[in-house]
Every structure is written in structure tokens, then in C-alpha cells.
Design a protein around this ligand. Structure first.
Ligand code: MRU
Length: 354
């Protein structure tokens, strides 16, 4: 019998070891499973930009550790030099990737710790920053488990769940958001099977989601992105669950490029479209999704993969890494505070007690 434990504990996307940060290099999965070490903010910013670590919550956790590392590396310097270095670290991290708001949310938390202790010696500020980075990571796992428990109730026993990109343990400090919902449903004894979109061009679905599910023996079927509509039209998908990088105040959802297409198809076929969304991913300062900054990545992600080039040289390329799904296509947001059906401006404000 297939064992579906939903146990992602083996996947420690980020870990603190011997006074430095180590992150799984997600660029080389699934061929190789290896950690890379990080010693300061600029190195972590580079790890985020180059996709060693990716996924909105994981980027936030990495950025928090980036600040803590910079503080520890500079704690022997004068207060003036320490704060100048720290500000440069914050700026490098903030410039690493634009779309996932968790990055800026985590940096704001680190900035608040720093500001509250400005009169203290650098070494004690550095200690407090490291504690805050640990807390952001630990909190992320707790939040994902809470979302998982709320979201699992939405999935029927036997559900075939389509997901896009990777919103799993690898995209977070553990358990995952969209895959966390699936894991929690499996832990609750439901027989869930996953259909993973390969997620062109960076292949997070084929390389990362498929790998995570195979590790845990949760049944997973890989499809190319253009097969989703066909499977839906044949009645082979019961629900869609995805993660998100930023949700605007009106409920519009930015997520990996191709998510919008899946949401339109889901509505056409009467399939619920769920978004697993920690509150740290909601940007209440943006009125709607048109204001969400969409990262454009390098052309070579579209023209080939690693050493293999498949497009004609000289062709023009677009590579927006995210798209925006209008709130009207979202059946529900799954948050750590509960499930928000038909999310809109008022329902989102209520989540924050407004
Ligand atoms: O470009 P990526 O791999 O960072 O994009 C990741 C996604 O779009 C995820 O779906 C999103 O960050 C949610 S992760 C819990």
C-alpha cells in the first residue's frame, strides 16, 4: 500500500549551522541535493536572485538571516560603521527580487528590531537580529501547519488536486503552503493525489514539487502546463491549490506565471481554485493587482535550460516570472486565521481586525 505520511521534516530549506546559514541549492534539484553556505547579506541576496532559494516565505526567511549574518560579521566594528554596513545589507537584500512581498515584510521586521535597540552595542543588536530570524522561520512552519489544517478540510477524500509551481517545504521554512494543505490532508488520512504542472520556464513543478511528493510517496502525476485544460475538461481534476507571492488589498493574487491561465480554466470547468496565503503575503498597501511589481527574468530561461538551447538565436523573448489572477476567480484564500471564501476588500480587512 502507498504510504502517504505528508512528512516534510527531511526537507530543511534553510538551516543555521556552525554560525552560518546553509540553504538547499534548488537550482540543481532533483539531480543533486546539496547545501550552500552563506556568510553575509550580499551573499544571501545573490542566493535569492539566482534562485538557490525561492518561494515567497523562504525568500523572507533567507532575507532575515541575511541581515543577521551581516550584523554578526560587523559586530566588532564601531557603531557608525556597523549601521552603515547593515543599511547596505538591507538595501542589497531588498533589491534581490521584486514580487514576493514576504521579502519586504521580513526586512521590515528585522529593521524594527534594529531600530528598537539602536542605543545598544552592535554585538547585542546582532544577537537580537539572529533571534528574530530564527523566530521568523519557526513562525513560518507554525503558520503553514495552521493553513494546512484549515485547507485540508476543503479537500475530499480521493481528491485529485492540481498545483502550479512549487509552494512546498522548499518554498518555505517547512511543510509548505499549497503543498502544506495537501500534506495536512494526507496526515488526516485522506487519499489525495497531486497533478503537478511542470511550470515553464524554470520548471519548479517538474523539478521541485514532483520531487517533494515522490520523497513522501504522495501520488503525483507530472503534466506540461498546456495539458491542464484537457484534464479539467475530462473531469480529472477536483480542485486547484496554489501558493502566492503577493495578494493586493482587494484579493487579486500574484503567483508564478501561468497561474492566471489555470484559474480561468478552473472557472470554466466549475473547479474550486484555492490560494494558500499566509497573512505575511497580503500587501494591504496595494489597492489592486495592477500595482504588484512583476519581475522580468533573463531571456535564457525561455530559450533553453542549463546547457541546452532550443530557440532560434536572435529571437525576441519576454519572461515575466509572475502573473495576477483577479480576485473574482479565487474561490477562497486559505490563511492561518481560517478560510476566506470569495475574498474581497472587506473580507481581507477583517483578517487584520480592521
Ligand atoms: O519564482 P519562484 O520560484 O520564487 O516563484 C514561487 C511561486 O510563485 C510560489 O507559488 C509562491 O512563492 C508561493 S510559495 C509558498
Amino acid at each position: 500500500m502507498t504510504r502517504t505520511t505528508g512528512d516534510s521534516a527531511a526537507v530543511q530549506t534553510l538551516r543555521w549551522k556552525d554560525g552560518r546559514l546553509e540553504m538547499i541549492d534548488q537550482r540543481v534539484l532533483p539531480e543533486r541535493f546539496e547545501y550552500r553556505p552563506y556568510r553575509n547579506a550580499v551573499e544571501v541576496a545573490d542566493g535569492i536572485r539566482s534562485m538557490v532559494v525561492r518561494g515567497a516565505p523562504a525568500i523572507g526567511c533567507a532575507a532575515a538571516y541575511g541581515v543577521a549574518l551581516e550584523a554578526r560579521a560587523r559586530q566588532g566594528e564601531s557603531p557608525d560603521a556597523f549601521f552603515v554596513a547593515l543599511d547596505r545589507g538591507f538595501a542589497a537584500l531588498a533589491a534581490s527580487r521584486p514580487t514576493a512581498v514576504n521579502l519586504f515584510w521580513a526586512l521590515a521586521r528585522m529593521r524594527a528590531v534594529c531600530d528598537a535597540r539602536r542605543a545598544q552595542v552592535p554585538a547585542s543588536i546582532a544577537d537580537a537580529l539572529l533571534q528574530e530570524a530564527h523566530e521568523i522561520s519557526a513562525e513560518d512552519v507554525r503558520i503553514n501547519r495552521a493553513m494546512g489544517a484549515h485547507g485540508a478540510a476543503l479537500l475530499a477524500d480521493g481528491a485529485r488536486v492540481l498545483t502550479h509551481c512549487n509552494a512546498g517545504a522548499l518554498a518555505t521554512a517547512g511543510h509548505g503552503t499549497a503543498l502544506g494543505v495537501i500534506r495536512s490532508a494526507c496526515e488526516a488520512g485522506k487519499r489525495i493525489s497531486v497533478v503537478a504542472d511542470e511550470t515553464r520556464p524554470f520548471l519548479q513543478g517538474a523539478r521541485l514539487t514532483a520531487w517533494e511528493m515522490v520523497q513522501e510517496q504522495i501520488p503525483v502525476t507530472l503534466i506540461t502546463d498546456n495539458m491542464a485544460g484537457h484534464l479539467m475538461s475530462r473531469g480529472e481534476i477536483d480542485a486547484v491549490v496554489v501558493g502566492t507571492d503577493r495578494v493586493a488589498a482587494n484579493g487579486d493574487v500574484a503567483n508564478k506565471i501561468g497561474t492566471y491561465m489555470v484559474a480561468v480554466l478552473a472557472q470554466r470547468h466549475g473547479i474550486p481554485f484555492y490560494v494558500a496565503c499566509p497573512l505575511s503575503t497580503i500587501d494591504r498597501e496595494l489597492a489592486d493587482g495592477t500595482a504588484i511589481p512583476i519581475e522580468e527574468r533573463a531571456a535564457d530561461e525561455v530559450t533553453g535550460f542549463r546547457e541546452c538551447l532550443w530557440a532560434a538565436k536572435g529571437v525576441m523573448v519576454r519572461n515575466p516570472a509572475f502573473d495576477v489572477t483577479p480576485a473574482e476567480l479565487v474561490t477562497a484564500l486559505i490563511t492561518e486565521k481560517g478560510v476566506v471564501m470569495k475574498p474581497g476588500r472587506e473580507a481581507i480587512a477583517r483578517l487584520f481586525g480592521a
